[in-house]
Design a protein around this ligand. Structure first.
Ligand code: ZN
Length: 240
């Protein structure tokens, strides 16, 4: 069964994450979907995405409407992708343990490296000029010979291998323009997408609370205890 955000969880996640940076929001959402006590900050980015896709499907369904402009002819497109299309092969539905580290040889170094985690993203200031280097350095578990400061070229080799170590860390949507047939892939950040939906839902819900509390004199918790279907009825009744 897919994890699902209750309205109470959704409001709480939104309230806590409002104003926070995207990695913090992604981890808040993941924590709402994870097993109790699971360290979501240690999940690789692909596992984090897998968990968030499950949460998205359980909470809002499998279809994700997207809007994009064709980079060739500028026509605005509206497409719908499914959570299955965004899931990395072999990873459906199962956030697993952190991927095993791998080893590569570059510029005379033997480098053991691991996949990036949400916790790594959270710990780095994206505005810092050193952000990329810091992130890549965090992936390096061990080197032979030992080195505190690896050459740029070695870290770039690590960067190129990360996608193979953690397929699904980047989610992309293949698109074809119906007007000019141009084909391209667009990145879709699952956490950002889900956050925008959570934010929209939370704001609509609070407006509903405001309206129903004003009209009927109910408290916030009384309004939230009313099912969404009944709330729609009462809201329609207030509009008559
Ligand atoms: Zn086009």
């Amino acid at each position: 069964m897919r994890p699902e955000l209750t309205e109470a969880q959704l409001l709480s996640v939104w309230e806590t994450g409002d104003g926070q940076a995207p990695p913090a929001r992604a981890l808040l959402l993941a924590a709402a979907a994870a097993a109790p006590g699971e360290a979501v900050a240690d999940l690789t980015l692909a596992d984090l995405n897998a968990l968030l896709l499950d949460l998205r499907e359980g909470s809002f369904g499998a279809a994700l409407p997207c809007a994009a402009d064709c980079p060739n002819c500028d026509e605005p497109l509206e497409v719908s992708v499914t959570t299955d299309e965004l899931r990395a092969p072999g990873r459906r539905n199962v956030p697993g343990p952190r991927r095993d580290p791998a080893t590569l040889l570059a510029e005379g170094y033997e480098v053991t490296y691991r996949a990036l985690t949400g916790g790594d993203l959270l710990s780095v200031d994206p505005a810092s000029p050193e952000a990329r280097r810091t992130l890549l350095s965090r992936c390096v578990v061990d080197t032979t010979p030992a080195a505190d400061d690896l050459p740029e070229g070695v870290l770039e080799t690590v960067a190129q291998r990360l996608a193979d170590l953690d397929p699904g860390a980047d989610t992309v949507v293949p698109l074809t323009c119906p007007y000019c047939r141009h084909a391209w892939t667009a990145a879709l950040d699952v956490a950002d997408y889900l956050w925008a939906e959570v934010e929209g839902y939370a704001r609509r819900l609070l407006h509903e609370v405001h309206t129903l509390a004003s009209v009927y004199g109910w408290s916030e918790s009384e309004v939230l205890a009313v099912s969404p279907a009944r709330r729609r009825f009462y809201l329609a009744a207030t509009a008559v």
